[in-house]
Design a protein around this ligand. Structure first.
Ligand code: HXC
Length: 515
């Protein structure tokens, strides 16, 4: 065969491989509203940018008649391309080929592209649509997953790792995403579980649908395993592009700068967001939008632990990570879930050179038997650890309440915030005035002729003395008490002055965070 003949032979081979699991399997995939693996990559990446590798990889399994089966590409596509002009490594499991199940060669393709991503220092995107370990390949499939988990861990904090769940993902197919930075799910299409409904039924006798066990909403609202929820695959891909615009391409870089823009101050004006009544809650996301360029804010884990708001915005063109108590939900308390949510995000920002802005308004850690028994001590400690360890610029604004452990935990100077600002409405104390008066003036109140009147007087006395920013400011724990409408200007200056911050932690192999 000469050049021409060999080239047309190559084309025939490629055509065969590109068919995936064949027309019937593709029809089944389409019938449940799913794109094929190839369509997904093409829809996500920049047009014509995808370069595929290892198209001709085949499995070498023999047991259970596997030697008679041809599985094109062994059920996974791998390659490189660009996303909004930036290079990425990508893989997409092909459910039409043996349910996207992971055999040894399938795993080798994934680990090869992971190695590339780590070596080339570019983000890794994994589109998961897989029944998990390929049952016929036994321990080789388990070995494959182990190799992937190891690389996920190596890459953690070095390159961004993004997981997209676009099918029923079981077993190992959910543990790799769990080790990555951001997990995207799509309504009705995404399912994640360690063992599916059938195993649960046979082992425990419990009946549950796939959706109720591990559907997209369950993972966004209840488990906190997923970070972004979309109604369709197309919406999911635009969310990924938006996220990618906020984060740096690896841990040696800063996020791309964008042209500066003013916030939409007509819509988001602090005076209009915060009521004169200190007890009236407000939506802290509106405060964030009053501070960010073009009032743009990409919220992460929007449906989970809503008493804590996290996400990215830009100030003067630079990406910042916001960590904010949400007074509208549980008064913004720190609890088990909100602590986990915040701590992980703080560590993400720190790993990827993204300055942190912390907006504080909380009555403290949530009291109660449930929380104590759920381990609020251990989970709450994660926030203390994450802030203390973070060396990126850390800027804190106390808006209203900062009581007790909440004051310390929400990036106080004591955890090495670079700047702590407070509005005149800030109240910084060991606990709220009512609780405090009841404890320290208990005897006086009990013995008073009119206990309610004395209680109220003591509450006022306590408020006057402690529930303001000036006691903390007198000790230098607050750098400046600022006018609310000056906030953006002051935070931007603090960010600019901190741009070259260079702080090193003591030399150690690694710390032991309260995982
Ligand atoms: C081999 C598999 C497979 C698997 C699916 N298939 N999962 N083949 N190994 N793990 C094949 C099916 O046999 C079928 O092949 C095709 O993929 C499509 O699967 P269906 O069952 O027809 O699809 P659907 O009804 O949509 O159900 C999808 C599913 C279900 C929920 C994922 O297939 C399922 O429960 N699979 C097993 C899940 C599981 O328990 N995996 C092992 C996890 S243990 P044909 O030829 O009929 O088209 C694990 C260990 C690692 O992963 C743990 C690390 C911590």
């Amino acid at each position: 065969m000469g050049l021409k003949e060999k080239t047309s032979d190559l084309k025939v081979r490629m055509r065969n491989a590109l068919k995936g699991g064949g027309d019937k399997a593709i029809e089944k995939q389409k019938a449940v509203g799913k794109l094929t693996a190839r369509e997904r990559i093409l829809a996500l990446l920049d047009p014509k940018s995808f370069h595929e590798y290892d198209l001709f990889v085949e499995h070498a399994a023999k047991d259970f008649d596997m030697d008679k089966k041809y599985l094109p590409g062994d059920g996974v596509l791998t390659g490189t391309g660009t996303l909004s002009g930036h290079p990425v490594c990508i893989y997409a499991q092909d459910f039409t080929v043996a349910g996207g199940s992971l055999g040894w060669m399938h795993a080798k393709k994934i680990t090869k592209i992971m190695d590339h991503a780590l070596k080339l220092k570019v983000p890794l995107i994994g589109i998961n649509d897989s029944g998990g370990a390929r049952i016929q390949e036994g321990v080789n499939s388990l070995a494959g997953y182990g190799e992937i988990f190891f690389r996920n861990t190596l890459a953690s904090g070095v390159i961004p790792q993004i997981s997209v769940i676009l099918g029923p993902c079981a077993g190992g197919a959910v543990y790799s995403p769990a080790l990555t930075d951001f997990v995207f799910v799509v309504d009705k299409i995404s399912k994640m579980f360690i063992t599916g409904p059938e195993v649960i039924k046979s082992v425990l006798g419990e009946e549950i649908s796939m959706e109720a066990l591990g559907g997209a909403r369950v993972h966004c609202e209840t488990t906190g395993n997923a970070h972004f929820y979309a109604e369709s695959e197309e919406q999911c891909f635009s969310q990924i592009k938006k996220l990618a615009s906020f984060i740096p391409w690896n841990n040696t870089r800063k996020a791309e700068r964008f042209p500066k823009k003013s916030p939409k101050t007509r819509q988001y004006k602090i005076d209009n967001i915060i009521s004169e009544d200190p007890k009236e809650p407000y939506d802290v996301r509106d405060i964030i939008k009053s501070l960010t360029d073009d009032s743009d804010f990409l919220e992460i884990m929007e449906m989970f632990a809503q008493n804590m708001v996290i996400g990215f915005g830009r100030m003067n063109g630079e990406t910042v990570g916001f960590v904010a108590n949400q007074p509208m939900v549980l008064a913004g308390v720190l609890d088990v879930d909100s602590s986990d949510k915040a701590a992980r995000f703080i560590r993400y920002c720190d790993a990827f050179n993204i300055p942190l802005i912390t907006l504080v308004d909380l009555p403290g850690y949530l009291p109660g038997v449930d929380q104590e028994h759920a381990g609020v001590i251990r989970h709450g400690a994660k926030v203390l650890y994450a802030y203390s360890e973070a060396t990126v610029p850390k800027i804190t604004l106390i808006m209203r309440k900062a009581y007790g452990g909440g004051y310390i935990a929400m990036c106080s100077h004591h955890l090495r915030a670079d700047f702590v600002f407070a509005w005149p409405t800030a109240e910084i104390a060991v606990m709220g005035p009512e609780g405090a008066a009841n404890i320290i003036f208990r005897k006086e109140i009990a013995h008073a002729k009119d206990p309610d009147k004395v209680r109220q007087e003591k509450v006022e006395e306590y408020k006057e003395k402690f529930a303001n920013p000036y006691v903390a400011a007198a000790y230098g724990y607050i750098d400046a008490v600022i006018e609310p409408n000056e906030t953006r200007k002051i935070l931007i200056h603090a960010l600019e002055i901190s741009a070259e911050k260079d702080v090193r932690m003591p030399t150690k192999k690694h710390g032991i965070p309260p995982f």
